[in-house]
Design a protein around this ligand. Sequence first.
Ligand code: ATP
Ligand code: MG
Length: 170
Amino acid sequence: MLAELKKAGKEYKVGDQTIVALQPTDFTMREGELTLIIGPSGSGKTTLLSLLGCVIYPSYGDLWVDGQHINALKENQLARLRLETIGFVFQNFNLLMPLSAEENVAMPLKLMNVKSAEIKRRVKEALEVVDMTDRRKNMQQNSAGCPAGGTAQRPPSISSDGASSDCDRR
Ligand SMILES: Nc1ncnc2c1ncn2[C@@H]1O[C@H](COP(=O)(O)OP(=O)(O)OP(=O)(O)O)[C@@H](O)[C@H]1O
Ligand SMILES: [Mg+2]
């Protein structure tokens, strides 16, 4: 089991209003599965992916990722789990703008202390998959390259938010 939500949901307090971003949800993600999450704008897709991607904690219910009970983890433990277990292709890319395409893809690998020759190899491979080798030194945001950043870590789980609309088919 890669991830499991049990009656997990998310609320935000904005002024005196409480916004329910995700109603209590049961969900299981197993190895080898491809899951599509479909729903109208504002229904909580990004919130669900952010929970599965360990970007946010649930407001209620329980969440397990890679066998760990997320509710009980500290911020730094969550950051380590994100780095080692999850590839995340964000809806709005979240690329580091001063860095080139290849530097963006390399960043999580550097944080994982992967050796530089191996980083070079994996970055090359990830950019080839999305046909961006010729633009590897480019700095501008480019939707075609966004999945490369989520895959070079070789994570057990990849979350891709809005990829069908915000990234192209590659
Ligand atoms: N940080 C936040 N603070 C306050 N409200 C939020 C926050 N994040 C999400 N919401 C609200 O929670 C609801 C669900 O948002 P979410 O982004 O998960 O929807 P979505 O299904 O991904 O939508 P879209 O298809 O437009 O990407 C929305 O009403 C949104 O405004
Ligand atoms: Mg969204």
